[in-house]
Design a protein around this ligand. Structure first.
Ligand code: ADP
Ligand code: MG
Length: 620
């Protein structure tokens, strides 16, 4: 057999598959080049999902006209000269592969002008170079890529529909806009402007991507912890999205998907989230370069951290302080509250003295020291049905991926957290708590040694009802109470079929439900703890989501609904409790001060004597 040395053209076509496989990767490479060239304005235009045309125009440094042909050469780069330069690369590109690869599988034209030179252009079709010619144009570079994969039909076949490709380009552009808020981006698809940012900061960039309304729902944070810097925006306690596409994390400027950080965020929010709700965040994590390995996979956007616990601990504690509104949170909120509205900050301030018992180091702690000390520091809310457990045991809130080394680390984290949670049970012996009165007919005051607790009687009651019902549901021992007048509900055929299929489940949770002729059902008994349940609202909610119920378990949904029903049935704040009722409430709580109400609000807050003494300047 004869050995052929492949021509550069063929070789590049083969190599192209590794750099560019889809229109969005063309966009990514070209925009990265524009950023590397120092552009402050970048315009991206696509047609036909980018299959027909991708054009990226920038106002960066440009390419000298005698260098133009070299841009198309494989392994030709202006960003690196010697092997030792590799360790200091600050640019996004350095391999010198992208232009050569894209040019070999498309019709490409580069027009460029440096501030000192004249504009020139050079085109290339399927890897065959034309010659450099004078052109018109201002400073900077315009790269046009037409008919991607026109000469490699096999690759063309693998592309998705125009609209799917467009979607992927759009999310790529959203990430660029968010990660480079100092650059003005314009993104057009099929001649229509889809995104436009003006290079005037992150909150403006967020508004450009998600619309200006989003800002009122976000907190801006800026925190330094354990040598890790976390900044950006997170959704407030009541702002959620139906999926994970509203979550962006940039580690040292690079977009990544990372399980450790994602888990820290999910857990920080867990008390506030219902099923199928996902937090919104755009976060920037700056870590010492030596503790992050970006080379896990060249194309997959993941990173590996030397120590997941520190990353987890830092992110979790910052985000949960901000969400739970403790005094430390004020330090983490960005100093210019462009976003967290004045009232929200006020709420945080009001809550400030009753911060939860979370040991934060006073002095700035280095990464190295943190490594030794953090073991005891990850703040976990303990108690029955507590936050981390719910998330970790709940497969529906964790995406399933093929296992990867990063996932092993995630598993380790999981184990570690569960252990921590067990250790940190916040249970107190109820007998040691002395009742000292109440405030505003809502908060019960308890004293125990040098600690005081304020218990929100409404939240506590909600939680107790909820727990009781859950327990009975699980043991299938719900006691029903017949209604004086049965509740009859008329539904359509599909809804009826759905309800009928779930009669058993509904009966298990204490609703005596039966067919009532035609497409109607009759409820004749309700759980005795929930006699005041609003059945029409309850069914309206279940039926509103029944179409999406195929994928998830109805039981989960019912638990959610039950929780809200419990809250409605619970004693309202403002109603005075008798002393006996107060006692009973505390006994039932069994001294568990880590409880949260079914909606995630804390049931009790802890105030240390020393904190009061500080307020009165008895100690400093
Ligand atoms: P790399 O980015 O890894 O250097 P590329 O193939 O992407 O490799 O680009 C090759 C070279 O072409 C770059 O090193 C740079 O000198 C030049 N170049 C490409 N795009 C631009 C641009 N938009 N502005 C200025 N120079 C560019
Ligand atoms: Mg490049």
């Amino acid at each position: 057999m004869k050995i052929n040395v492949l021509s550069a053209e063929v070789y590049n076509q083969i190599a192209a598959g590794e750099v560019v496989d889809r229109p969005y990767s063309v966009v990514k490479e070209l925009v990265e080049n524009a950023i590397d060239a120092g552009a402050s304005e970048i315009t991206v235009e696509i047609v036909g999902g980018g299959k027909k045309l991708v054009r990226v125009t920038d106002n960066g440094g440009g390419i000298e006209h005698e260098d133009l042909p070299y841009a198309y050469f494989p392994h030709a780069t202006s960003k690196l000269k010697e092997a030792k330069d590799l360790f200091g690369v600050k640019t996004l590109g350095f391999r010198g592969e992208a232009i050569a690869s894209i040019a070999s599988v498309s019709k490409m034209k580069i027009t460029s002008k440096t501030p000192a030179g004249e504009a020139h252009s050079l085109s290339c079709e399927g890897g065959k170079l034309a010659s450099v010619a004078p052109a018109a144009g201002g400073n900077g570079t315009e790269v046009t890529v037409e008919d991607l994969f026109f000469n490699t039909p096999a690759r063309l076949k693998f592309l998705k529909s125009d609209s799917q490709e467009e979607g992927d380009v759009a999310s790529m552009m959203a990430r660029f806009i968010l990660s480079r808020p100092e650059i003005a981006f314009t993104y057009l698809s099929g001649g229509k402007v889809k995104y436009r940012s003006f290079g005037d900061g992150l909150s403006a960039a967020l508004a450009a991507v998600y619309g200006a309304d989003i800002l009122q729902n976000l907190y801006e944070i800026n925190a330094q912890k354990h040598g890790v810097h976390l900044s950006g925006f997170i959704g407030n306690r009541n702002y959620f999205k139906p999926n994970r596409t509203y979550q962006s994390l940039f580690v040292n400027g690079r977009y990544v998907v990372n399980q450790t950080v994602a888990a820290a965020l999910t857990n920080a929010y867990a008390g506030y989230l219902m099923k199928r709700q996902y937090p919104f965040y755009v976060l920037f994590l700056e870590v010492p370069p030596e503790i992050v390995d970006v080379n896990v996979h060249p194309n997959k956007a993941d990173v590996r951290f030397a120590d997941n616990q520190i990353i987890y601990g830092s992110v979790y504690s910052v985000v949960s302080s901000v969400l739970d509104g403790n005094s430390r949170a004020l330090e983490y909120l960005a100093s210019t509250p462009t976003v967290a509205s004045a009232t929200e900050v006020a709420v945080l301030e009001e809550k400030a003295p009753i911060k939860q018992e979370v040991a934060f180091p006073r002095a700035e702690m280095s990464y190295e020291r943190a490594k030794k000390e953090l073991q005891f520091e990850i703040p976990i809310q303990a108690g029955r049905g507590s936050v981390p457990r719910r998330t970790f045991n709940d497969e529906t809130t964790l995406e399933v991926h093929a296992p990867s080394p990063a996932e092993d680390a995630f598993e380790e984290n999981k184990k570690f957290l569960l252990e921590q949670e067990k250790k940190k049970q916040q249970k107190l012996d109820p007998a040691t708590l002395a009742f000292k009165g109440e405030l505003f007919r809502t908060y019960l005051i308890y004293e125990c040694g040098n600690d005081a607790y304020l218990v929100d009687q409404h939240a506590a009651h909600e939680r107790l009802i909820y727990d009781k019902l859950r327990e009975k549901m699980e043991r299938r021992t719900v006691v029903s109470q017949p209604m004086l007048v049965p509740f009859v509900l008329e539904v359509n055929a599909q809804e009826f079929a759905f309800l009928e299929r779930n009669f058993t489940l509904l009966r298990e949770i204490g609703l005596e439900i039966d067919e009532f002729g035609g497409n109607s059902v009759k409820v004749s008994s309700v759980p005795s703890d929930l006699t005041s349940i609003d059945l029409s609202a309850f069914f309206a909610e279940i039926l509103a989501s029944y179409e999406s119920l195929r994928a998830i378990k109805l039981a989960d949904l019912l638990k959610d609904k039950l929780a809200s029903a419990a809250c409605k049935a619970a004693v309202k704040g403002g109603e005075k409790l008798s002393e006996g009722e107060v006692r009973a409430l505390l006994e039932k709580m069994n001294g568990d001060m880590g409880l949260k109400c079914p909606h995630g609000r804390p049931v009790a807050v802890h105030v240390k004597k020393s904190e009061l003494e500080k307020l009165f300047k008895r100690i400093v």
